[in-house]
Write a protein that binds this ligand. Structure first.
Ligand code: FAD
Length: 466
């Protein structure tokens, strides 16, 4: 056998969970080793959050450049060089992954390239092309191996049947694209390509898209996408695909009727599964649920006390900031600090049009949790900045506890919802009331004023609504 190297903390996976945990553990005095089999930055930086937002932005720029009748802006001969878009997108990714590398180095984190396997409760074995097995004996381990797209049995991934990574890396703008799955990943990519002029068809199995958000919110997105020419089939089960040299024909059962749709590509975005199968978890007794998600407590600890798990491989929203948050908690717990996960303040965001964001409780969830809540709504149509941006679709709903006005949640649909949700997250974290938010002076005219106005609605004294 080989000689095992001794380390304090070993982290498996360098996505937003793993690399953040590594930096925080190093800051707190641990000697940290991080193992990555692919690229630093994980899904989020390489094939997730960042490249998708870059593509969405490029789509917006193109769409806006085509002029606006209402504003009297005429444009001619607007075109896209999509290879340039891809080049720019890759540049953004490279800047960020390079940044992660420097940060890890600057914090003296030892980065090991290779695939990790837990051979024992205190040993990780790493194999790579040029090293067929180095073992690391650890005091604590944080597993942060993330997730991968689910494959549908009748839709084997190929050149034409693509996952989100494939959809982000297309060389040309497709003329036609079928998207199977109306979750946030499918809807974000559908919107981006619709802006580039692609004829998009979305197949959703449920009655509506974006099921993680309230109906009122997802309806706004569906309407806006329809206006861009996107076709929606809900209660639609994609059943098969026929591949040709230059495209696909997708067959779907839509409310009992068979539909055939031709396209250049079919994007399958029906969810992701945790990367927990090939880590040796069963044999060392790390408990998982029937979906393969690792079970953890409020300290991110698994059923094996010196092994922690964070991010997409644990229950909860599979989002980058959730992974990073849990990573910080795990690193702090390992370093002996009192720290625990509180899920209430984790925002859910879809970078759709309009953007959707939610944090904390909805009124119904509050009721289920056993307390009376009140929702106070304010529309973007009454917000001066939204009007001057010509972007007034949507609203802010602030949820407060009835007896004392404590802010416990919000749902926002509209421009910059992704940024604005942070203010409500802060209010929740800080234990603020509607009065505190209403008393906070917001610059005028800004989209953020909508939060102050919703708080005033909660107090019964709104200035700009009746
Ligand atoms: P990951 O980022 O998946 O990283 C896990 C890492 O572990 C990978 O690098 C992998 O190579 C490595 N690994 C796995 N197994 C091993 C092993 N055995 N040994 C060594 N290394 C291993 N989230 C948001 O919050 N906002 C967004 O806007 C957003 N947009 C998205 C868009 C798309 C198209 C996709 C696909 C996802 C998006 N997400 C977004 C989700 C986000 O990317 C994930 O929630 C996040 O990356 C999870 O982080 P993680 O650290 O748990 O794992």
């Amino acid at each position: 056998g080989d000689l095992a190297e001794e380390v304090d903390t070993i982290i498996i996976g360098s996505g937003p969970g793993g690399y953040v945990a590594a930096i925080r553990a190093a800051q707190l005095g641990q000697s940290v080793t991080i193992v990555e089999k692919g690229n630093l930055g994980g899904v989020c930086l390489n094939v997730g959050c960042i490249p998708s937002k870059a593509l969405i932005e490029a789509g917006h720029s193109y769409e806006k450049a085509q002029g606006n009748d209402e504003l009297g802006i005429k444009a001619e001969n607007v075109s896209v060089d999509f290879s340039k878009v891809q080049e720019w997108k890759s540049g953004v990714v490279q800047k960020l992954t390079g940044g992660v590398q420097s940060l890890l180095k600057g914090n003296k984190v030892n980065v090991v390239q290779g695939e990790a396997y837990l051979s024992d409760k205190d040993t990780v074995r790493v194999s790579s092309e040029n090293n067929s097995g180095q073992s690391y004996k650890f005091k604590n381990c944080i597993i942060a191996t993330g997730s991968q797209p689910i494959e549908l049995p009748n839709f084997k991934y190929s050149d034409r049947v693509i996952d989100s990574s494939g959809a982000l890396a297309l060389e040309d703008i497709p003329e036609k694209l079928v998207v199977i799955g109306g979750g946030y990943i499918g809807i974000e990519l559908a919107g981006a390509y619709a802006n580039f002029g692609t004829e998009v068809t979305v197949l959703e199995g449920e009655k509506r898209i974006l099921g993680g958000f309230e109906k009122q919110m997802s309806q706004l997105v569906q309407r806006r996408l329809k206006n861009k020419g996107v076709t929606f089939y809900t209660q639609a089960m994609a059943s098969g695909v026929e591949e040709k040299d230059d495209g696909v024909t997708v067959t779907a059962d839509v409310k009992g009727e068979e539909q055939k749709i031709d396209a250049d590509y079919v994007l399958v975005s029906v969810g992701r599964k945790p990367n927990t199968e090939e880590l040796g978890l069963e044999q060392i007794g790390v408990e998982m649920d029937d979906k393969g998600l690792i079970q953890t407590d409020k300290e991110a600890r698994t059923s094996v006390s010196n092994i922690f798990a964070i991010g997409d491989i644990t229950d909860g929203p599979p989002l980058a900031h959730k992974a990073s948050y849990e990573g910080k908690i795990a690193a702090e717990v390992i370093s002996g600090e009192a720290s625990a996960i509180d899920y209430l303040g984790i925002p859910l965001v879809a970078f759709s049009e309009p953007e959707l964001a939610a944090v904390g409780y909805t009124e119904d969830e509050a009721k289920e949790a056993g307390f009376e809540a009140k929702t106070s709504k304010f529309p973007f149509q009454a917000n001066g900045r939204a009007l001057s941006l010509n972007d007034t679709d949507g609203f802010m709903k602030l949820v407060t506890r009835k007896d004392d006005g404590l802010v416990i949640g919000a749902q926002i649909a509209g421009p910059s919802a992704s940024d604005m949700i942070a203010e409500v997250g802060l209010a929740i974290e800080a234990g603020m009331t509607a009065e505190d938010v209403a008393m906070t002076i917001h610059a005028h005219p800004t989209l953020g004023e909508i939060t102050m106005e919703a708080a005033e609605v909660a107090l019964g004294t709104p200035i700009h609504s009746m």
